[in-house]
Design a protein around this ligand. Structure first.
Ligand SMILES: NC(=O)c1ccc[n+]([C@@H]2O[C@H](COP(=O)([O-])OP(=O)(O)OC[C@H]3O[C@@H](n4cnc5c(N)ncnc54)[C@H](O)[C@@H]3O)[C@@H](O)[C@H]2O)c1
Length: 415
C-alpha cells in the first residue's frame, strides 16, 4: 500500500482522514512544529504506527512514497524541492510558490525528478466544474469564448482559528490576487488553455480587513486572456457573503452553477443551455446533479466532495495509473501566475501584463532571479507592499485580541 507523509497537520488532517476512511493509502509520518496540532492528531489517531516530527528534514528522511505539503501557503516550493531530492512524490496544497525565482526552481526540480508533482486544486473537482470539463472536452460547448470563476469566502468568523493572532501569518500578509487558484484554476482545468495576459484589480482595504488584521485589499480580480483569445474573469477574497460559482460560454452555448444565494444547489448542480451545433440558438435548458464513477465514494468529502478526488488521483498516479487526473507543475503555473501578474498589474496602475510560459526555459530565464514578494520575513530588497496603495500598518492590539480569541476557542475545543 502507498505510504504517505503529511507536512502540516491542520489542512493536512483532511488527507489523513482520507487515507484512514478509504484504506487506499497509509499515513506513516506527520510533521508539524505546533504542539497543539500534534496533540490533537495523536488523540484523533491513536495508532502507534505513525511517526511524529517537528523537523521537516527528519520527517522527509522517513520511509514513505509521497508527501502531502499542507504547510504555509507561501512556503510550498522549497519543501517540494527538498521532497523531490528525498525521492518522494509531491502533492502540494495551494499555492505552488511564492516568488518567480522559486517557481523556476520548482519547475526545474519537477522536470529533473522522476517523481509525480500534483497540485491540490480541489475546486476543479467540485461537481459542476468537473462536469463542465467533461462537456467541454466532449465538444458540447464548442469553442471556448468566455468564463467566470468566483471564490468568495468571508473568513472573518474563523480568522482567529486560522491565523492564531500571528501578525506574520501568510493569510495576514497575502496580496489580494495571491489566492487565485480556487476561482481561476477550474477554468484552466476545464479548457486546458494557457493564460497569456492579465489585467489585475484589487478591492480596497476596508473595516473588515482592519478588524481581521489583513494588511491587504479585501478581494482580487483577474481578467485573463487565454491563448485562443477567450477571456476569463476570476474573483476571490473576503467579501461579506460567501460564493463559489463557475460559468463558461462556448460557441454552442453555456454551462453554469448557481450563485449560493439562489439556493439552487451551488456547485453541486449544473445548468446547461447547449445547442447541437453553432448558430441554432434555441433555449435548451437542462439542470442536474452531475455524477461520475467516484461520486458515491466521494459523497460527504470536504469542499463539495472535491477533496476525495485530489487524494484519489494522487494515489492512483503513484500506483502507476497514467490516466489519473492530476494537475501537474505546468498547469499549476498556469493557474497561479495570472494572480501573481495581476498584482504586478495593480502595482503598475492597471496595465496588462504578459504571463510567462514556464514550460519554456528561455521564458523562465527572465525570472530566474526575481524574488519580488510581500513576505516581510524574506530579504528587505525584494519586498513589495501587500496592498497596492502602499503598506498598511495594523496596530499590534488587533493581533493580541485575535490571539486571545484563538486561545479561548482552543480551550473550548479541549473541553
Ligand atoms: N484546498 C483547500 O480547500 C484548502 C483549504 C484550507 C487550506 N488549504 C491550504 O493548506 C495549507 C495549510 O493551511 P492551513 O489552513 O492548514 O493553515 P496554516 O497554513 O496556518 O497551517 C500550516 C501548518 O503547518 C505547520 N508548519 C508550517 N511550517 C512548518 C515547518 N517548517 N515545520 C513544521 N511545521 C510547519 C504549522 O505549524 C501549521 O500547523 C495552505 O497552503 C492553504 O492554502 C487549502
Amino acid at each position: 500500500m502507498v505510504k504517505i507523509g503529511v507536512f502540516g497537520g491542520r489542512r493536512g488532517d483532511c488527507m489523513i482522514e482520507w487515507c484512514k476512511k478509504t484504506g487506499l493509502a497509509k499515513v506513516v509520518a506527520i510533521c508539524d512544529r505546533d504542539e497543539t496540532v500534534i496533540e490533537a492528531l495523536k488523540t484523533k489517531y491513536p495508532e502507534q504506527t505513525i511517526e511524529y516530527d517537528k523537523d521537516f528534514d527528519v520527517f522527509i528522511g522517513r520511509d514513505f512514497d509521497g508527501v502531502v505539503l499542507a504547510n504555509y501557503a507561501n512556503e510550498h516550493a522549497p519543501y517540494a524541492i527538498k521532497a523531490f531530492g528525498a525521492g518522494k512524490h509531491v502533492l502540494s496544497e495551494v499555492l505552488p510558490f511564492e516568488t518567480l525565482k522559486e517557481g523556476v526552481e520548482l519547475v526545474e526540480a519537477a522536470e529533473k525528478s522522476d517523481r509525480i508533482y500534483a497540485y491540490a486544486e480541489n475546486y476543479c473537482f467540485m461537481p459542476a466544474p468537473r462536469e463542465m470539463r467533461k462537456l467541454y472536452r466532449e465538444g458540447k460547448l464548442g469553442e471556448f469564448e468566455y468564463g467566470e470563476g468566483e471564490y468568495i469566502h468571508n473568513c472573518e468568523p474563523i480568522w482567529a482559528d486560522i491565523t492564531y493572532g500571528d501578525k506574520t501569518h501568510w493569510r495576514n500578509r497575502m496580496y489580494a490576487n495571491f489566492y487565485c487558484t480556487h476561482s481561476l484554476g477550474p477554468l484552466i482545468h476545464i479548457t486546458g488553455m494557457r493564460p497569456i495576459s492579465v489585467t489585475g484589480f484589487e478591492l480596497p482595504f476596508n473595516d473588515r480587513a482592519a478588524r481581521m488584521g489583513l494588511a491587504a485589499g479585501s478581494a482580487g480580480i483577474e481578467m485573463v486572456t487565454l491563448e485562443n483569445g477567450a477571456v476569463v474573469k476570476s474573483m476571490h477574497g473576503n467579501l461579506d457573503k460567501n460564493s463559489i460559482r463557475y460559468c463558461i460560454y462556448g460557441s454552442k452555448g453555456r454551462a453554469e452553477s448557481a450563485i449560493e444565494d439562489a439556493e439552487n444547489g451551488g456547485v453541486e448542480r449544473i445548468y446547461t443551455n447547449l445547442d447541437e451545433r453553432e448558430g441554432i440558438m434555441k433555449q435548451n435548458i437542462e439542470t442536474y446533479l452531475p455524477k461520475d464513477a467516484l461520486s458515491e465514494k466521494a459523497d460527504g468529502a470536504g469542499h463539495g466532495s472535491s477533496d476525495y478526488y485530489v487524494m484519489y488521483n494522487f494515489i492512483s498516479a503513484i500506483e502507476g495509473d497514467k490516466t489519473a487526473d492530476n494537475i501537474g507543475i505546468y498547469e499549476a503555473c498556469d493557474m497561479f501566475l495570472p494572480g501573481m501578474f495581476a498584482y504586478f498589474s495593480v502595482l503598475d496602475g492597471g496595465k496588462p501584463q504578459t504571463i510567462p510560459d514556464f514550460r519554456n526555459k528561455s521564458e523562465r530565464d527572465k525570472y530566474r532571479n526575481d524574488t519580488r514578494c510581500t513576505d516581510p520575513q524574506k530579504s528587505a530588497e525584494c519586498i513589495i507592499p501587500s496592498y497596492g496603495k502602499g503598506n498598511i500598518e495594523i496596530p499590534d492590539e488587533i493581533y493580541q485580541g485575535i490571539r486571545l480569541k484563538y486561545l479561548k476557542n482552543l480551550q473550548e475545543k479541549r473541553k
